[in-house]
Design a protein around this ligand. Sequence first.
Ligand code: 6GU
Length: 267
Amino acid sequence: MNYHVLTLFPEMIEDGMNTSITGRAITKGLLSLHTVNIRDYSVTGNGRIDDYPYGGGAGMVMQAEPVMRAYEDLISRIVSKPRVIYLTPQGQVFRQQMAEEFAKEEDLIFLCGHYEGIDERVLEEIVTDYVSIGDYVLTGGELPAMVMMDAIARMVPGVLSNQESGQTESFQGNLLEYPQYSRPEDWRGKKVPPVLMSGHHGNVDRWRRNQSLLRTLRVRPELLMGAEFDKADRKYLHALLRQETEETVTPEELNFLSKLLAIREKA
Ligand code: 6GU
C-alpha cells in the first residue's frame, strides 16, 4: 500500500505514521508514505496558498491552483491514477467496511484541507471520495487522514503480527469486544471474573460472547440489528429480557431487547 498525502503539515503526518505499528510496516516495506507540501506549489511566490472567500464570510479558503499543481506533480510520478480521498466533515462517515475496501487499492491519495476548506472547483476535478471520521469538527484533515491510514493499514496483509491479528475482529459480526483482564488476579480489591480462571474453555467462550452481546446492547444497540445470533445467543438475550441474569438492564435496554427479539422471531 502506497500512501500519498497532500497537506500543509507534512511533518505531522510523517511523525504520526512513522510511529508504532504503521512505522514498523513502513520500515518493513509493507507500506510507503509520501507527503507533498501544498505550500511548495504556491502561485504567488510568497508561499501563500489561501485567500478570502467570494461572497464574504469568516476565514480563508485554500486556493484551487496550488492544490491542482501539487496533485499534478504527484500523479506525474505514479503509473496509476489513484483514488483521491478528501477529508471533510461533509463526507461519508468512515466505517470498517470502507477501510477493507480501500485496503484493496495499490495507491491512495489523501487531500487534507485547512481553514474554511478548499476551492470547490479543484475538488470537482480531482476528488473521488469525500470522507468524514465522525460528527464533530476538527481544525484540519491531517488527523482524519491518519485515522484512515491506520485503519486501512491493519487490513493490509503482513502489517499485523499473528498475535495482533487476533484482535482484528473488534467489530466482527457487529458486536463490540468483551472485556479483558490480566495479572494480578486481585487488583486493589477488584477480582478477575472467576469463569476466566476456571480453565473451562467452553464456559470462557460463552461468557465472552455474552459480554459482547451485553456491551453492544448497552453502548451501541443499533449494531445488534445487523448481528447474527445463534441459539445460545438468543437464549442469553431472552434471559436478559426476563431479568434472569445478574446484570442490571435499564427499561430502555429491555424495550430495545423485546423489539429486537420480536423482529428476529418473525424472520
Ligand atoms: Cl475528515 N475533517 C475535519 N476538518 N473535521 C472532521 C472530519 C474531517 N471528520 C470529522 N470531523
